[in-house]
Write a protein that binds this ligand. Structure first.
Ligand code: AQP
Length: 329
């Protein structure tokens, strides 16, 4: 069975973009692949977090993994900080990552371009830690949204660099980007991706949003004046984003079929249909979440996941340290 690994950083409440671009795919893949899904609680402190909020977001994130359908009997679900070897390998990989490579990473570059102050060293070096998160488990595939492709490409370069210098240490993983929903955009500004850290939460449907709030967000999504339900991301980015969401929540219904269904109908009708799909999805997730959040399944899931992940990670770290001459034999 081929192995797959991915993670989400709980910098806020998980949203529809995380669900469509990542979680929904993890769930589909868990039958076909040996799935490793972690909660990136080291990556989330690269930007300032309120400790109480972070703790709530972490717990919600694990509960949402399960509520969205990840099955702890199939997937290995764990917390990044429970696997100390990941951070240790992260440091080793960071020492092999060029500053030029880190300078090119868009997340850091974007923040620099906006003249944001007090950017942390962690934010600058996190792509090296992300490479370690991945390479330590030798996955074949890394399913990510469009925005994370650059990081997987850096991970591949780093794996090859290590393999060339020290002998075969890492499998070179492939990014797996889904055709539908790889980049869900903000409902209030379809030029920006839907993001946890967006200041304007009208553009972001959170998985735990009250259904009336979620409906209102979809009904007020920014569209255009062309009055034509058509997938045309250049000229109709808002409507195209809603088509993407509708398609993804309807078993990837082809865009042409959606266009046909809503031919001659107004945007109000289309938005209502999208909001119904969104609310159906959220309602199902929230019902499961409510049953899980206060049960002991969260602790058991993380303990079991950490035990399994640690075995693999520690063995790999040892192999790397030995190859680099860092251990006294
Ligand atoms: N809008 C999106 N559309 C499709 N996929 C998305 N993902 C995130 N946003 C979208 C995918 O979700 C996975 C987990 O991402 P993450 O939370 O670890 O990091 P992120 O991409 O930085 O997410 P956010 O919401 O934008 O967080 P902040 O605001 O903190 O930076 C990844 O596979 C990602 O591609």
């Amino acid at each position: 069975m081929k192995r797959m690994l991915s993670g989400i950083k709980p910098t806020g409440q998980l949203h529809l973009g995380n669900y469509i671009g990542a979680l929904k795919n993890f769930v589909n893949y868990q039958d076909e692949y040996e799935m490793f899904a972690f909660i990136a609680n080291l990556h989330c402190i690269t930007t300032a977090q309120d400790p109480n909020e972070l703790q709530k977001n972490l717990k919600d994130c694990v509960a949402l993994y399960l509520a969205c359908g990840l099955d702890p009997n199939k997937a290995t679900i764990f917390l990044q900080t429970d696997i100390k070897a990941q951070a240790q390998l992260g440091y080793i990989i960071c020492c092999h990552t060029y500053m030029g490579e880190l300078n090119r990473m868009t997340q850091f570059k974007d923040k620099m371009a906006k003249n944001e102050t007090n950017l942390s060293g962690g934010l600058y070096t996190y792509p090296a830690l992300m490479a370690a998160d991945i390479l330590i488990y030798d996955p074949d595939y890394v399913p990510v949204g469009d925005d994370q492709k650059q990081h997987v490409e850096l991970t591949r370069d780093l794996a090859e660099r290590f393999n060339n210098k020290y002998g075969e240490l890492f499998k070179v993983p492939e990014p797996l980007i889904s055709k539908v929903g790889a980049r869900i955009m903000s409902l209030s500004d379809p030029s920006k991706k839907m993001s946890k850290s967006d200041d304007n939460d009208k553009g972001c449907v959170y998985l735990l949003d009250d259904l009336n709030v979620a409906k209102k967000k979809v009904m007020s999504a920014v569209t255009d004046s062309l009055a034509n339900v058509k997938y045309d991301p250049i000229n109709q980015p808002g409507i195209s984003n809603l088509i993407q969401i509708y398609s993804s929540l309807s078993n990837n219904m082809p865009y042409a079929e959606i266009e046909k269904m809503f031919e001659g109908k107004g945007y109000g009708d289309f938005k209502k249909a999208v909001s119904e799909k969104v609310c159906e999805t959220l309602s199902d997730i929230q019902e499961k979440y409510n049953n899980i959040i206060n049960s002991d399944i969260l602790e058991k899931t993380l303990n079991d996941g950490a035990t399994k992940a640690n075995l693999i990670a520690e063995e790999k770290l040892k192999k790397v340290q030995k190859a680099l001459g860092m251990e006294i034999l």
